[in-house]
Design a binder for this molecule. Structure first.
Ligand code: NAG
Ligand code: NAG
Ligand code: NAG
Length: 370
């Protein structure tokens, strides 16, 4: 349990660092020494010269949402949340499901039903609160708990009855802040571009799994499996490959070292490319406080980064703030109800996040039980 939490922390730290704004870069220089194995400094310095927007392909702007819906019919997607029975996963899943229910029937939503795919191998005390499908964990996750995700999807897609034609792969730290439409366009799935998933910067390693006959490594999208909206039949093809590729990557020391805690994201990116699947990259899929300041028209708040501020409302990223909201502060149990609001000057995205967490915890019965 402790080990997997640390793993999550490292993943998030790696993601933070890779998310590469120049502010982060300064923080990074002071903590970079912790991450020798990742060779982060080199990568981030490289990253710094990249405009992250450059990674978002133009389809973003060329494909209007409603292109596929000229008939006015909805293309419902099933919300599939992979989760564990650890307290840390549970409280986030409860908030996630609360906001799903609040947004499901709001105009513009194409959300269908919801399943928490619980990959702990046994039911837990949330079975009545959240629609849940229990699947087995891997015999060995190699100390990397998210390696269970592809296997969880394989099992669920094989044995569950899913009416919707599309699947949205979600994570517990997602909050629906606007009603989510189906961002996929027919057979073309939609994902979110992460500026730290860079196949072309890891060509030698990527080629171990994506041989030349599959085309250039730029065919590998800068994405993870979440958030992604994809047609069910495509995901059924990709999921077993995703599982195989992720396990092979994890068992290869060079790959494991190079990709660290974002390995499983590369696993999905490579697996989908092996099936010839490219994703529309939607920058408006998510926002990530504290880096994105406004919610705007984005659909999901992804609260993977700590939000730390002093009382003047200045970001103190990397140092616990006088005011703080960081999911990792609640690794052993849920945050209390009615968290204090941030001081004046803190970005609207962070204020909205705390309000939404508070609304959920105020309304979820027996919030403090787990
Ligand atoms: C959603 O679930 C309900 C029952 O929980 C079921 O009646 C309905 O058919 C499902 N809808 C879809 C689109 O799967
Ligand atoms: C996954 O790997 C196993 C064992 O190597 C193999 O039998 C299976 O065919 C592979 N499946 C896919 C979809 O790659
Ligand atoms: C929440 O906390 C604030 C102080 O931070 C307090 O004024 C308010 O009454 C509390 N609300 C509830 C519902 O407990």
């Amino acid at each position: 349990m402790l080990e997997s939490l640390n793993n999550f922390q490292e993943t998030t730290m790696a993601r933070k660092i890779f998310s590469g704004s120049s502010t982060v870069f300064l923080v990074l220089l002071t903590i970079g020494s912790f991450f020798g194995t990742y060779n982060l400094i080199t990568m981030v310095m490289h990253n710094k010269t990249l405009n992250p927007r450059g990674l978002f392909n133009d389809l973003n702007y060329m494909m209007p949402d409603n292109m596929k819906r000229s008939t006015g019919t909805k293309a419902l997607f099933h919300v599939a949340l992979t989760a564990t029975d650890e307290p840390y996963s549970k409280w986030q899943s409860r908030i996630m499901y609360y906001w799903y229910k609040r947004m499901k029937n709001v105009d513009g939503s194409e959300m269908g039903n919801f399943t928490r795919i619980l990959h702990s191998g046994r039911s837990d005390n949330l079975m009545d609160e959240i629609p849940t499908f229990v699947v087995d964990p891997l015999p060995s996750d190699r100390g990397y708990i998210v390696l269970n995700r592809p296997w969880a999807f394989v099992q669920w897609l094989e044995s569950a009855t899913i009416e919707e034609e599309y699947i949205f792969m979600a994570e517990p730290d997602h909050i629906f802040v606007n009603p989510l439409p189906n961002l996929a366009s027919g057979i073309v799935p939609a994902g979110f571009g992460f500026d730290y998933i860079l196949a072309s910067k890891n060509e030698k390693i990527i080629r171990k799994y994506f041989p030349e006959e599959n085309g250039p490594v730029t065919n590998v999208d800068p994405i993870g499996n979440s958030p992604v909206i994809i047609r069910k039949d495509l995901l059924k093809k990709i999921a077993p490959t995703w599982m195989n590729v992720s396990i092979r990557m994890k068992d290869d020391p060079e790959t494991d070292k190079a990709f660290g805690w974002v390995l499983e994201m590369y696993g999905y990116a490579v697996a989908s490319a092996l099936h010839g699947v490219k994703h529309i990259l939607r920058e408006d899929f998510m926002l990530e406080p504290p880096w994105n300041l406004q919610v705007g028209k984005r659909f999901i708040i992804h609260y993977t980064y700590g939000c730390d501020y002093n009382m003047k409302g200045e970001l103190t990223y990397g140092t616990t703030g006088e005011w703080s909201f960081d999911k990792r502060s609640y690794s052993k149990g849920p945050p209390p109800r009615n968290l204090s609001m941030p001081p004046p000057g803190v970005p609207e995205s962070v204020v909205t996040l705390v309000k939404m967490v508070n609304e959920a915890t105020a309304n979820i019965p027996n919030w403090d039980t787990e």
